[in-house]
Design a binder for this molecule. Sequence first.
Ligand SMILES: O=C(O)CCC(=O)C(=O)O
Ligand SMILES: [Fe+2]
Length: 303
Amino acid sequence: MNTSASLRTLSSSASADDVAECIDRDGGVIVANLIDERVMDEFIADLRPHFDRQTFGTGFNGVRTRRCNALLQHSDRTVDLMLAPSFLNVAERLLVHDGVWSGSMADGSTVHKQRVRPTIQLSVTQAIELWPGQKAQEIHRDDSMYYTRHPGRPTLVQALFAGTRYTRDNGGTLVIPGSHHWDDERIPKLQETVAVEMPRGSALIYVGGLYHAGGANVTEDERRIAVAVSYTLGYLRQEENQYLSVTPERALQLPQRVRELMGYRLCAPFCGWVDMRDPMDWLEAQGNNANSSASYRPVTGGV
Ligand SMILES: O=C(O)CCC(=O)C(=O)O
Ligand SMILES: [Fe+2]
């Protein structure tokens, strides 16, 4: 394994510009103590019964690994991870690109043009529990699902929040710093990877073009939890189908910004409509008879 070129660690008070610049250069960065202990405790406690219903995976997903999905359905604290400023603002900086001209004929002779820019939206939410005995995963790029060509504009920004500490021995994610700049022909090698080590509550944030893999868990009895949350552009398909993974009733309980990020907001100029209207109108119509913020509790309110 490579011991020299590890990713940089920045503090959670670093500016979004600094974090984005670091990711642009190295492909990823570790943001220290992004999620506070209380939030992580509550989050993992909410997930525990769902984790415990999962069986181990197969192949790429790991024969000694359990994965728990649909995190917005299971825990209010998913919101804290999604909206962590050093993640959301950085994802916006890295993904949103210049718009296209969108025109409309006003009176048959004049075309009014406007420059529009795409939104970003949630792509996946998944907690990954690596058990002792899990071998290292295949090295891959997460943006392969979008057929992204490299080097080029990012289509995915993902965070792996440490739900337990991350060590080389318990399966800390292996990364190849700078590999997002590689073309699509170069083959990544295990010797080029470095293991990410970080305390619980810190996060590895990276672009989808960074080569990485889950590490091997060679401990006797220590499980490693990573919580994957990713953003993509509003006009691409979501890795995890948020409309079917999270019920409309549950979506209506979540903060407005979260619903927008789930994809219930049209991506300009006109991607994602329902009956030619913003899907948010459809969602809100489902909740006309319900108390729409009944059960979401912000962390400051009630733990
Ligand atoms: O578990 C990890 O450290 C990484 C998992 C991963 O990269 C994936 O499943 O795509
Ligand atoms: Fe991955």
